[in-house]
Ligand binder design. Structure first.
Ligand code: ZN
Length: 197
């Protein structure tokens, strides 16, 4: 039905999350109407994207160099780590300007139903940081979902023997909601009013 090159691009778009065939067709038609320079800039930014970005060696945030800008910033509180599920949570929390510590991006959650395992998360790396850095507080900022709560509980249990204050974001973030999608005011108050576990 579609010309070959048109179809190929549609197929590429449908591999992206939340993009169905109809949306893919609309995006590809939009791109078709753009001039060549705009498209080559777009293609170049995709290439650079993969070339320039990596995971921060310390916190696994998205980074342009070996360490991310947050880990490199010595003015931040080096004694607090906020543990989040993915890098978008880091950006959401940063936007609130209510947190000045470091992060650790787990890269997912435990799922008690699907038995997703802790070894698939960057938990061993967190353990290493706890051993190596002088951490005084760990904020368990996984999402308030069944999986996020299970993950927070697992880490809280692990932290029990350590003299580290363990906190979780205050309720107010509705259950089942994502940190990444919370509005700034709700998220700010959840950070400020975090409670000790
Ligand atoms: Zn980092």
């Amino acid at each position: 039905m579609f010309p070959k090159s048109f179809k190929k691009l549609i197929d590429n778009f449908t591999t992206l999350p939340s993009i169905g065939p109809k949306m893919a067709e609309r995006l590809v038609l939009f791109l078709f109407k753009q001039d060549a320079q705009k498209l080559s800039d777009f293609a170049k930014s995709l290439e650079d994207f993969k070339k320039n970005l990596r995971y921060c060696k310390k916190c696994f945030n998205i980074s342009e160099g070996e360490f991310c800008s947050i880990c490199k910033d010595s003015s931040r509180n080096q004694k607090t780590i906020c543990v989040v599920e993915d890098a978008l949570d880091v950006f959401a929390i940063e936007k609130t300007n209510k947190y000045n510590g470091l992060y650790h991006v787990l890269g997912g959650t435990l799922d008690p139903v699907k038995s997703a395992e802790i070894k698939n998360l960057r938990f061993a790396e967190l353990e290493k940081r706890i051993a190596a850095e002088k951490i005084e507080e760990i904020i368990l900022a996984t999402n308030p979902t069944t999986e996020g709560d299970a993950t927070a509980l697992y880490i809280a249990r692990f932290l029990k023997p350590y003299a580290i204050k363990t906190t979780r974001f205050a309720r107010g973030l509705s259950t089942g909601a994502d940190i990444e999608h919370a509005d700034e005011i709700t998220l700010s108050s959840a950070i400020v009013n975090r409670r000790e576990l």
